[in-house]
Structure formats: structure tokens, C-alpha cells
Ligand binder design. Sequence first.
Ligand code: PNS
Length: 167
Amino acid sequence: MNKFAIVPGSFDPITAGHYDVIRRAAAIFDHVTVAILVNSEKSGTFRPEHRLEAVNTAIRELEKDGFKNVDARTFHGLTVDAAREVGASFIVKGLRNSADFDYEFGMAEITRRFDHEIETVFIPSSPEYMHVSSTYVREILKYGKGDSGAFAPGTEELIKEFYGKKV
Ligand code: PNS
């Protein structure tokens, strides 16, 4: 049986921490779809098409690194439905700290309630990314601070350009 996973998130924007989790998921599963969840009630900072383009740029870096089993799509609605839509049996989430754990444990329980055949798998954050978040990247951009290590490989210039075009 092919092991097919989604890595869901807002990716507003993708960070180095997301990249690390996607890369490690790609090493475990046969195929990984990065699911960019667009919330109709919360517009986010970056436009969905810009978030997707930044994720696709990071995926091209993964391909250079030998991982050719990753793609990305935007979805509206529930994570569990995104998994079903692409035929994934696994939802992969990165965990940085106990707050992530508390939130994701609840999400995993809800997912199981909706579809007991979809398993949630947690990947612990690498120590260097424990404090990296999309919120942090947006703060860097807002205040013009530099921290290239927070951006997913290949995405810094693009994300800076998109930040200037945000809605
Ligand atoms: O990158 P984030 O913001 O931590 O991602 C959170 C996300 C988008 C994965 C999460 O909020 C989510 O799954 N949203 C979709 C709505 C959903 O499935 N809710 C489940 C409870 S009903």
C-alpha cells in the first residue's frame, strides 16, 4: 500500500521550520501533498496564490535535494476533507512545544472522530526551528529585520516581494 500524507497549514508564509517538516515527511511517506488551508473567515497576510507559489518554490529546492514526491495545493474547509480529497491516509504536523501539542492533540482527536482511517502523525521540530513561525517571519518583514534562517530555502526574495503586494 502506498503511504500518502498531507502536511496541512496556513503557510502564511512557509518557513524554514515548515520546510524541515515537509522534507522529513517526504523521507517517510511515498507521496506528500502540502495542503494550504485557506480560511474564508480569516484572510491572512499573503494571498493564497502567493502562499502556493512560495511553497512550490520550496518544493523545487526539495527536488534538487532528491525529494521528487512532494506537491502542493490550496484547499478550503477542513483538513480531514483535504486528506480525503487527495486520498491521503496520514496527516503530518510538526510540534515545536507544549502549546503546539495541546492544540494538535485536539485536532487529531477531531480528525479521528470524522474519519477513523486517517491517522495523524507528529514530527518533533528540529531545535533550530523551535522558535520559527509564520508570525515571526511576518514580524521580520514588518520591521525590516534580517533573519535568512527563518525562510524556507529559495523563498526569501519571493516572500519579500509578495509582502509588498499583500492585500
Ligand atoms: O499553519 P497553521 O496555522 O498552524 O495551520 C492550522 C491549520 C490550517 C492546519 C488548522 O487550523 C486547520 O486544520 N484548519 C482547517 C479547519 C479544520 O480542519 N478544523 C478542524 C476542526 S473542526
